[in-house]
Design a protein around this ligand. Sequence first.
Ligand code: AMP
Length: 281
Amino acid sequence: MILVKTASEMKNITKKWKNEGFQIGLVPTMGYLHEGHRSLIRKASDENDRVVVSIFVNPIQFGKNEDLKSYPRDIDHDIAVCKEAGVDAIFHPETSEMYADGFCTYVDMTDLTEALCGKSRPGHFRGVCTVVNKLFNIVNPDKAYFGQKDAQQLAVIKRMVRDLNMDVEIVGCPTVREADGLAKSSRNAYLNEKERKAALVLYRSLLMAKDLLDGGERDSRIIIEAITDHINKEPLAKIDYVEIVDAVSLKKVDRIADDILVAIAVFIGKTRLIDNMIYEI
Ligand code: AMP
């Protein structure tokens, strides 16, 4: 496995692989790798000849008051995980390598980024689209792997690739959960014991929504109210949003007639967690 720090070296390596006829899979991450990331890496290994994992805590996708500084990092652990998973190269650039002095070119998306997390994290998806675009240009992958855990991100990246005619296939991968249902996330490391227990409220509220939908409920307002009431009963939880949107357009849905995304963002103490469920009608 090669640890690559510069864009030019990464480009040379992937160019060589392409010339040799290898298909390349890319798994973009911010590191602190867990079983969720591993599942993406496994799928990428199954479907490609060479796998690149990028590890880069992307500053431009964090808001001013967000957790850029404290975001958990452990590159030695990440290297071990990647080695064990049979990754061919880790791309781990410094911030200055990705954003040289005078950097001023961004990929901005309207519409899809205005809902859900885009509303509470202005500028977040501009940062995501820009860095993912750069990673695609540097690695030139045939396929790139993203988790359903970040449902809006997955939808946004798919749309960017379509709108900008990018030559990469986006593969969505199911959310990996802890045994008790909490979605795996690097940010779970922030939770103390009490908060960890309280965090279960996210998954439970999604199960509650599923029960209502299974029972035939098609009024979004009633489902959102049930979720909201459930989360509000947890003293450590504070809702950022609870929404039911169309699974593709991410537009709000009042009367449920097609596949939907139930998406929630909740602060547990100071930690903002997200989770979601696709419900097929
Ligand atoms: P991150 O390092 O949090 O930016 O995540 C990197 C990639 O891993 C993104 O595509 C995430 O959606 C995906 N991911 C993170 N957590 C999970 C999870 N629990 N299950 C599946 N994919 C995940």
